[in-house]
Design a protein around this ligand. Sequence first.
Ligand SMILES: [Zn+2]
Ligand SMILES: [Zn+2]
Length: 351
Amino acid sequence: MFSEYPVPEPEPGAALVRISLANVCGSDLHIWRGELDPRKRGWPLPRHQGHESTGRIEALGEGVRVDSDGQPLAVGDRVVYRYFFPCGRCKNCLNDRSRACPTRYAFNTSAEQWPHFNGAFGDYFYLRPNHTVFKVPDDISDDLLVGVNCAFSQVVCGLDSARLGMGETVVIQGAGGLGLYAIAVARERGAGQIIVVDGVAERLDLAESFGADHQIDMRELPEPEGRAQRVRELTGGWGAEVVVDVAGFPQVVAEGMQMLAQGGRYVEIGNISPGLTYAADPSFWVTNNCSIFGVHVYEARHLREALNLLDHGRARYPFQKIVSHRFPLEEVNEVMAAQADGHITRASLVP
Ligand SMILES: [Zn+2]
Ligand SMILES: [Zn+2]
């Protein structure tokens, strides 16, 4: 459903972005398929959908003269930004956990209420006061940039939380946009062995082109036990130090746990839909000394790091392959269907 709203004048400390490109993210698909009811997360309807995007500064509120790096910021500048707005003064914000600020989401406001533009699928996005925004080098195209403020920063935060270290083996469950970025981030952090699990040929090929060391094809190994066994074979019987779920279905958690080494760390990013569960055996976590990191959104520094890696890692990783298709925003419903069947990695929408 498309609606029109008055374009907001930025209040002091705020800014308005004119969206140039927005991606369909996995979490948009969870909502579109009805697996995630926004009301269960406390997000009122109607909701301005979408969050992964980039654009240009359209207007600056009073007092906003520089970006979050202290560089001069002006109308017309191309920018990336966090799509959520931690308050900056609560207990979590003050303890390096602004991603857990209770009031961070613009989605807490219905699209009917000012400032209306709380999502990415539209002409504008409103950057509330206390926003994080970075000016972008001219030579990074919108196609490269558009995945930075969700998928890319999300996996930077996930692997940072689990402190993935040099020489360690990481298993990445799912080779969509997040999984591909995770390969690059894991390599940059010095991972020894990167193993990717997926069941779609195009995605496995992409994983290889990003430098994954091993691809586990779910069509060849249809049972979770077989895939866990394969990880053990590839790690001299030990299992992986870190396993990351970016597939987003509860059953992959049980499978990923079986791939962990003693003392391993499990990073849960993909499952965001309340009420979807799996049968767990907590004794496994205890007797295997496992840690579980639930990671949702990210700190400002992770956006900075993702932008840096995009800028300086372009020669090493084919980031341009992640966004596979551009469509007009009006075709958003058809695009959702095409991406849901797995043959479009990450579709971009042009308003
Ligand atoms: Zn997202
Ligand atoms: Zn806060």
